[in-house]
Ligand binder design. Sequence first.
Ligand SMILES: Nc1ncnc2c1ncn2[C@@H]1O[C@H](COP(=O)(O)OP(=O)(O)OP(=O)(O)O)[C@@H](O)[C@H]1O
Ligand SMILES: [Mg+2]
Length: 234
Amino acid sequence: MGENVAIAATGVGKAFPVGKQSVTALRDVSLALPAGTLTALTGPSGSGKSTLLHLIAGLERVDSGSLEVLGSQIHSCTSAELTALRLREIGFVHQDFSLLADLTLIENVRLPLEAMGTARSAATAAGREAMSRVGLEGLEQRFPAEVSGGQQQRAAIARAIVGNRTLVLADEPTGSLDSRTGAEIMGVLSQLRDEGVTVVLSTHNPANLSHADHVAVLHDGTLHSFDAAEAGTA
Ligand SMILES: Nc1ncnc2c1ncn2[C@@H]1O[C@H](COP(=O)(O)OP(=O)(O)OP(=O)(O)O)[C@@H](O)[C@H]1O
Ligand SMILES: [Mg+2]
């Protein structure tokens, strides 16, 4: 494994219990993502995109295989180690945003930094910068219920990129956005990649694939293809 590999999955499998049955979400997925690249996961609904992102984030545990993320063998990390890794290095944009309703947007965005012990003033400054990067300047004091779905999605992205993240994982980050705002968000994620951040996102939108260095296609929980993105489709 090259030392600039940010994520290495080897034979990863994951199933979920549903009643007495078990639903296979991923089977035998192997891939290696170089640090500082942008990878798009695509494939039909239910193909395993969110599951793979959750495993990489340490939000779920692999059932089989091994998964190395930022130098940690996360299949054998303790919960405390996973939490620490996430807090320090990983930003995650949930498919359903997961903003806290009782907190304003700036309070939501600066939360990961405060959880790390960053002083309130520094966390607020970094939070404002992240919000401005995603076009949310002026909405810092609004609550999630007081902004549009697309603005909530952008706030979730701001929370994932606040501070110095090494790895940003984004589950359908443009799903609730019009095509222009979606393109702007892809621009923000590409810029992070240019700054050396490793970015992995899931998307149904073919237009987003032109921003990716690699495209991984999932079908029914298996990796159907993993390629360098086609040049010249932007
Ligand atoms: N918590 C869960 N419990 C039971 N089954 C689950 C759970 N999470 C995912 N699955 C199942 O695992 C498979 C993969 O789901 P996943 O959410 O990863 O797909 P996806 O590619 O993200 O789909 P979408 O494009 O709709 O977001 C599906 O069959 C799904 O029903
Ligand atoms: Mg999903």
